[in-house]
Unconditional design. Sequence first.
Length: 447
Amino acid sequence: MHDLQQAASRYVYLPAAVAAIGGLLFGFDTAVINGAIVFLKSQFGLSDSETEIAASSLLLGCIVGASLAGFTSDRFGRKRVLLAAAALFTLSSLGSALPRDLTQFVIARVIGGLAIGIASTLSPLYIAEISPAKSRGLMVSLNQLAIVIGILLSYSVNYLLTGAGPTNWRWMFASAAVPSICFLIALLFISESPRWLVQQDRESEAKHFLSKMVGSEAASREINAIRDAIAAESGNLFDPSFRRPIVVAIFIALFSQFTGINTIIYYGALVFLEHVPHQTSATALWANVMIGAINFIATILGMSLIDRAGRKPLLMSAFAGMALSLVAISAAIHFQASGLVVLIFVLTYVTCFAVGVGTGTWVIMTEICPARIRGRAMSVATIALWCGTLLVTLTFLSLVSALSAPGTFLLYAMVAIAAFLFVWRLVPETKGRTLEEVDSWWRARSA
């Protein structure tokens, strides 16, 4: 038994940790703009609309990358496409550090977005497909933990480089090249997803992987379950039997963004500088570090709860807490409360997001998509998520101009209430079920 557990550690946890580096780069590359945008805006003399373009250009690439991830990973495998993403991460991190104007910067960030779109789809998908049902929620949450580590790392790098001169933002972007190269090398040493191998009629390879994890007899049962699930599905993304799980995945993805989390992740420094009294660049970036640290701690808490409390209770509690926190942030900014008061409410909001939504969204998306179309369905849901992120990022400064900062955060609070009601009424609990059991549940509901 001890030898089997050691094998499981090697053949599940290590590949999952490698795949999760894609999440770390996702977090770093998306969040590094938060601190860098203050200096980038100053150096290039950007207007509000140009600042929105600079911040959101990455997200355009994310949408394209997510749209490519599904069919390319179904055809070429999860591992090969992740390798391509790692190469793009490296190219973008160096390219974002060298631009001479906004156009060159946008091009480099779009390339990075391609990598993030691919990794945000395939890293959690790969982890879900190699994980046992009893620990899948925790395993997939490794990706979310890696994302928040990347966010915290980027905030810390930004803070440390604050006094490095007018070109400090270039070093902020260039620093991502180190984990990008590590990701590329580490991917060479992991196995392909056993579920993808079965889909490609390479069952002997899949059984070899699973045997190392759960033993030969259990591996044979798992292969049979995967084969039966694949045979039961038509594989047509537009099959009516797939409609409900895909719609649920899309709405969960959209709600995770429309509740405004990336206004803090991307524009947090600007929010503190422009809407909170007595702030400097250094204090605003230090607030970012605090936000990143709380995000990290709360994500660990969410990981510890996801397989015990269940996905649905965590999501509902999180959306309710976010709604209350957003109302508090709105009131604090409106009444010109101190920076500490605003920061406390922001930290409460981020905590609620990280414990439930940040952890639960990716787990639900990977679990409810049927096996035969999982790669493409995850791609569709992830495209929706990045479209939501792009819309929020492109409109935040404009909404603040039109509605004021307090009005904008109240709008996000209303969306959080709608998200709570959606989860309560329409999202199933997937805790403890195998992916094949979730498939069967959806087929029974659509019969």
